[in-house]
Design a protein around this ligand. Structure first.
Ligand code: NAD
Length: 298
């Protein structure tokens, strides 16, 4: 029926997002390859379909929240994928962070089925997903934006139209590239200051009222003990994983290469995070680059 909303990819982000749709009174039909994720949706009152094609047969609005570009391609175009059964007029909202060119390709395939695909990646982490306070960056046909916003505003508080399909992804990967650069810069600066004998709280306090201030220094400081409720003060657990940040930096580098744009610091940041992925920090929050630098100083 018109009221049913499909949700595919019920992980750290998708799970709580789907739960917010259920709580807003919608009948949610979910799918995930992981049985535990499916159980969590059942526990909060959602329904389950056996494949993405079954979700698309039942729902005229579908949100996808998958790890990477390949997962999105499979979910839409693979065997038992959405495009096997999608109905004309269906609105497809992909909130995964993926390659903007893949978003464009999937949008073309959707339009051949008479459906509309919009990219709508998010900023804000797991807590924003739980609290329904995500920011959505939406790309696609402007006349469909209001319909997208109706659904997305049940999971977020800031829904921004960014232009044509793929533009949401472009905004997202630009932001995350800058986030990685400033996080590494904050980590190496704090480490230098501490090795010069400074107290990290004093140094952070002065940076945060001076021109070096940034989100990585004043909200998410990577040095354990500077702030209480951040991953660095909890053994770098939770938060935004090193592996996911590395993926996003790779997307930024792909886009930079294709558009012939020099991004030297984005490139270096990508390499630093790739090396971290070969260490135990792979599964930790991305602010653990401070730990990585400390492990490699003398
Ligand atoms: P996750 O790995 O926790 O969840 C992904 C889910 O997709 C898992 O439950 C997995 O089983 C499922 N899945 C994988 N392949 C599937 C398939 N073919 N069909 C159905 N389900 C499948 O990842 P996440 O943290 O929820 O992130 C999802 C996306 O959101 C990523 O692109 C990520 O970059 C982005 N993102 C994450 C955060 C964050 O803080 N975690 C913040 C912003 C954006």
């Amino acid at each position: 029926s018109q009221d049913k909303v499909g949700f595919i990819g019920l992980g750290n982000m998708g799970g709580p997002m789907a739960a917010n749709l259920v709580n807003s009174g919608h009948s949610v039909v979910g799918y995930d390859i992981n049985p535990e994720a499916i159980e969590r949706l059942r526990d909060v009152g959602g329904h389950v379909a056996p494949t993405p094609a079954d979700v698309a047969a039942e729902c005229s609005r579908i949100v996808t929240m998958l790890p990477n570009s390949q997962h999105v391609k499979n979910c839409y175009s693979g065997d038992h994928g959405i495009f096997e059964t999608v109905k004309p007029g269906t609105l497809l909202l992909d909130s995964s962070t993926i390659d903007p060119s893949v978003s464009k390709d999937v949008a073309v395939l959707a339009s051949k089925k008479g459906a509309t695909y919009m990219d709508s990646p998010v900023s804000g982490g797991v807590n924003a997903a739980k609290g329904g306070t995500l920011t959505f960056m939406v790309g696609g046909p402007e006349q469909e934006f209001e319909a997208a916003k109706t659904i997305l505003s049940l999971m977020g508080k800031n829904i921004v139209y960014c232009g044509g399909v793929g533009n949401g992804q472009s905004v997202k990967i630009c932001n995350n590239m800058l986030l990685a650069i400033t996080m590494i810069g904050t980590a190496e600066t704090m480490n230098l200051g501490m090795r010069l004998g400074l107290d990290p709280k004093l140094l952070a306090g002065i940076i945060n009222s001076s021109s070096g201030r940034c989100w990585a220094s004043d909200t998410y400081n990577p040095v354990p003990g500077v702030f209480d409720h951040v991953p660095s003060s909890n053994d770098y657990q939770g938060g935004f994983g090193t592996a996911l940040m590395t993926k996003d930096l790779g997307l930024a580098q792909d886009a930079a290469t294709k558009s012939l744009t020099p991004t030297p610091l984005g490139s270096l940041s990508h390499q630093i995070y790739r090396i971290m992925c070969a260490t135990e920090l792979s599964g930790k929050d991305f602010s653990s680059v401070f730990q990585f630098l400390k492990d490699n100083d003398k």
